[in-house]
Design a protein around this ligand. Structure first.
Ligand code: C2E
Ligand code: CA
Ligand code: CA
Ligand code: CA
Length: 281
């Protein structure tokens, strides 16, 4: 038993060593990726559930490694956060998304211009010059700030509530819109939500993807819808994959849907194709 115990310990140390190595390598790779421009954005359509028209897109970051393989944010965004690289990457993402959207808005003018939603991580939110940077990017890209939506998560909201309210108000003063992302998975109290100047509430995919099979999930979506309505917020349902979910969301009066039912996130060339053609889902 003793030898077994020892070899287990050794195995454990080897594992630790290996994962520390992997992490260090990954960290170095990510720093290089930033310098070499290996990041790119895909865009997922957000669709009006009333007209079934595309009203905008959410920008989602990807990493194409030099060997051509594509890495998804679930596998690197945590490290990018921990190392602080997210600050530089996040501003690059915002600029890139605004530039692309500005082009699409010019090329495909509409009564209501296309919107662009960009994720802001908690680490970015902690940056003292966030507001100044966002203002600069809006000015430099020439995008109408009313068409820009920053998505924050409820986890941002743990911490200094007064600072947060003040930051969000300053962002609102730039003319941009604010969305609360992954709603339902965090711990925001009602009164707290009420204090924040939010325009859009995004219902987390976990509820939407289960709503056609679980009465409880359907009820949660219904409750969140009513909450948003009472607070005067628009609602985007994330992660709808099948027609039944779309019909349920429509019956609840949900404004917008985003999910594989409509489209996976796409590269900019496919965005142009989508905006050119007649849309049929
Ligand atoms: P998120 O902000 O909640 O983004 C939605 C995620 O759900 C995306 O995954 C999208 O591809 C996926 N999704 C959308 N519809 C469906 C569906 O119908 N079914 C399924 N199974 N999935 C769906 P993605 O692109 O892998 O991003 C994962 C997360 O990584 C994002 O979750 C966000 O938290 C983070 N992330 C992505 N891009 C950025 C970014 O530019 N900046 C920051 N800070 N975080 C980002
Ligand atoms: Ca998001
Ligand atoms: Ca989300
Ligand atoms: Ca999510």
């Amino acid at each position: 038993a003793k030898t077994l115990g020892k070899s287990r310990t050794e195995m454990f140390h080897r594992e630790m060593h290996r994962s520390a190595m992997t992490r260090l390598t990954l960290e170095a790779d990510l720093r290089r990726a930033m310098v070499n421009g290996e990041f790119l954005l895909h865009y997922q359509p957000i669709v009006s559930l009333e007209s079934l028209e595309v009203v905008g897109f959410e920008a989602l970051v990807r990493w194409r490694r030099p060997d051509g393989s594509m890495v998804y944010p679930g596998d690197f965004i945590g490290i990018v956060e921990d190392t602080g690289l997210i600050v530089a990457l996040g501003f690059w993402i915002l600029r890139e998304a605004c530039m692309a959207t500005r082009r699409w808005q010019r090329e495909f003018p509409r009564e209501t211009p296309l919107t662009i939603s960009v994720n802001i991580s908690p680490r970015q939110f902690a940056e003292p010059d966030l507001v100044a940077q966002v203002r600069r990017i809006i000015a430099e890209t020439g995008i109408d700030p009313q068409t820009v939506r920053l998505e924050i998560t409820e986890s941002v909201t743990i911490g200094d509530a007064d600072r947060e309210v003040s930051m969000l108000s300053q962002l609102k003063d730039l003319g941009i819109r604010l969305s609360i992302d992954d709603f339902g998975t965090g711990y925001s109290s009602l009164s707290y939500l009420h204090r924040l100047p939010l325009d859009v509430l995004k219902i987390d995919r976990s509820f939407v993807s289960a709503m056609d099979k679980s009465a409880e999930s359907f009820q949660i979506v219904n409750t969140i819808m009513n909450l948003a309505r009472n607070l005067g917020m628009h609602v985007v349902a994330e992660g709808a994959e099948v027609a039944g979910q779309i019909e349920q969301l429509q019956s609840l009066g949900c404004d917008y849907g985003q999910g594989y039912f409509f489209s996976k996130p796409m590269d900019p060339a496919d965005v142009v194709k989508l905006l050119k053609g007649p849309t049929h889902w």
